[in-house]
Design a protein around this ligand. Sequence first.
Ligand SMILES: CCCCCCCC/C=C\CCCCCCCC(=O)SCCNC(=O)CCNC(=O)[C@H](O)C(C)(C)COP(=O)(O)OP(=O)(O)OC[C@H]1O[C@@H](n2cnc3c(N)ncnc32)[C@H](O)[C@@H]1OP(=O)(O)O
Length: 218
Amino acid sequence: MTIELASAGDTEDPAAAGDRPSALDLLTQQVRDLVDAVVLTGVPQDELVEITAELAALTDRLRALRRTSRHPLAFDPEGVPRHAGNAVTGSANPYALPLVSRVTSDGTIRAELSFRQIHEGPPTSVHGGVSAMVLDQVLGQAVAVAGGAGMTGTLTLRYVRRVPYGEPLVATAEYLRTEGRKSWAEGRIALPDGTPLVEATGLFITPRLWTEGTAGSQ
Ligand SMILES: CCCCCCCC/C=C\CCCCCCCC(=O)SCCNC(=O)CCNC(=O)[C@H](O)C(C)(C)COP(=O)(O)OP(=O)(O)OC[C@H]1O[C@@H](n2cnc3c(N)ncnc32)[C@H](O)[C@@H]1OP(=O)(O)O
């Protein structure tokens, strides 16, 4: 297999890397595949023991050199916050879906997504907390793009229909309004035909600390 990588040093700057994945992106995706495989594996016990030992050795290799700083926060040209370590969108975070959002011409945040079996809560359905995490992110992006970036103050959800995994879905969010440091947004996870599965409204508050000049950590 030949893999064309981004140049060394590009990993912090997706724009500089163009469409080519960095080695860290590829590692992250491989670990996602690993997690999926763990949840679904049926290999015998002795094989599991051997694999666990091999993974422990790989974990030690990764720990040989640790980052001394968190992944930086950047904004893409449309104003969507990008953070490689983010739990929902992070290209360097195996835990992230990852969710890739764009801004439509009317300012809506839109992300096509597909949950996996690892996101299961009730049998055959996505865990409600996982849906909430995605909605927190896209609503937060909607207010960030509108200029009101903040921390979630409240997030209200209505679980309308069960959310399936393994099927294409769409998450969208729209900025509503701002009053002082408070901004509101609404959004939903829906089937591709628009049938809503989970609806959300959220209040995002720009922390006093940020307005006093200290950057947030999100
Ligand atoms: C320099 C620029 C840097 C830019 C950086 C951009 C970052 C990128 C942005 C976006 C990324 C993409 C999207 C991400 C999406 C995910 C986001 C999350 O998951 S956030 C994690 C979960 N949320 C928390 O952990 C919050 C914890 N709470 C706090 O930090 C504070 O309590 C905070 C910021 C919410 C408020 O603290 P205060 O000191 O700034 O503000 P006070 O003066 O207490 O309140 C201001 C007003 O807001 C109300 N308020 C405060 N907390 C509230 C709450 N939880 N619910 C409702 N109202 C609340 C108050 O009653 C007050 O209202 P009245 O002005 O009197 O009308």
